[in-house]
Design a protein around this ligand. Sequence first.
Ligand code: PLP
Length: 495
Amino acid sequence: MSVEYVSTRNKNDRVTASQAVLQGLAPDGGLYVPTEIPKLDVSLEDLSKMSYQQVAYEVMKLLLVDYTEEELKNCINNAYDSKFDTEEIAPLTYADGAYYLELFHGRTIAFKDMALSILPHLMITAARKNDLKNDIVILTATSGDTGKAALEGFADVPGTKIVVFYPKNGVSEIQEKQMVTQKGDNTFVVGIHGNFDQAQTGVKKMFGDDELAAALDAKGYQFSSANSINIGRLVPQVVYYVYAYTRLLASDKIALGDEINVTVPTGNFGNILAAFYAKNMGLPIHKLICASNENKVLYDFFSTGTYDKNRDFHLTSSPSMDILISSNLERLIYKIAGESDAKDRDLMSDLNTKGVYEITDEMKKGLADFYGNYATEQETSDEIKRVYEDTGYVLDTHTAVASCVYQKYLKESGDDKPVVIASTASPFKFTRSVMQAIGADDASVSDIDLTDKLSEVANVAIPDAIKEIKTAPVRHDTVCEVDEMPQVVKKFLGI
Ligand SMILES: *Cc1c(COP(=O)(O)O)cnc(C)c1O
């Protein structure tokens, strides 16, 4: 049987993998899920002898079945190349009794690079396969990090353009510098006088604007989005769990068949869902440990079976996890509802209208693979300090949330199987918070200059991504009002 994709809200909406990549979200608002999760068809032993790129092919070919071998290998080789600062792409570092899977060796030193460096290639390949005549214009609103990772992914990819809107006074100094210095003739970065929600609403309006779509079409363009529910972002994330397991195998840290635990700092539930898919493909994972910050909606969900977004929103030191609606959770809901689109529709409609839904006892049984907990701001900061003082290894704030929650799991369960902790950002991305935690902050210097001191205390070279923004020229200085967003896009596209 061949894997296809169906919408979580309508099983009759059935598309190929490449069509799902092009569509992103299903027309009914559902998320595309594979009709089955295939088992790995190469042994873990054989995989342990392969490179990252080879493992990526063996995993992704099973879920993106309508891509040819040549197409998929091209996408992989274009994505996982010298853009990463290590040949291993996603190296494991052992510290404090855990294996930290470093997913931050790409262009923006955070884990979004793992998927966003391949998504553009998956998209243009899909466009070609499906006889799309237009070039793709990616529209994104960003609160800081995803926009930059998308810019880096799409920069200079033929057949694409990318426009990123960010709140002019709503991102950090480092984040703004990273975006406005972006290279690539097909990139366009715009600050708006407004907040992130207004930027996002403006982008959504443009996606729904038929007149604008017609004007684009006449010029040979069409909009698409690169957001985290795209199956083309999820599938590449399965790869590094398989890679991590097989590296432990290759270095005799585990024996064939040994189970490991996996801990993931979670926001939108994409990264941990990829680990769940890896487990379902046959990777020997025991528990999936879901770590939240003070926005602990997922912890409450795993403990009670009720998902309730009606609560105060906390701004934390791990901003990429400050989320009250974890979009990708819908894919798990669909699965534990016995792949019932009707049930999924009901629950998502409750979420939409009341902000809350409750799953049945039967569905709760489907959550047995997961353990959820959370870390407060103080606990997160203490964890960075503890791990640094014990081992010299410096965690970023998101990874520290995961590390802290893993310690809670260990204490509660006594389950000390080898653990892989997804390390989702370089500490250099959150220098101020990290330096405050280890007691080495210097309030008199800027965030960018503080990286010199972090480099000293962590004994790690400053990543190129940071070095470059110190000297890179500003290439984007457009600023507009919220209601001018469509005109700005038109002007960039010459319409
Ligand atoms: C996006 C992000 C997360 C959360 O990942 P999800 O897939 O949204 O759960 C965690 N840490 C960092 C640094 C991120 O950028």
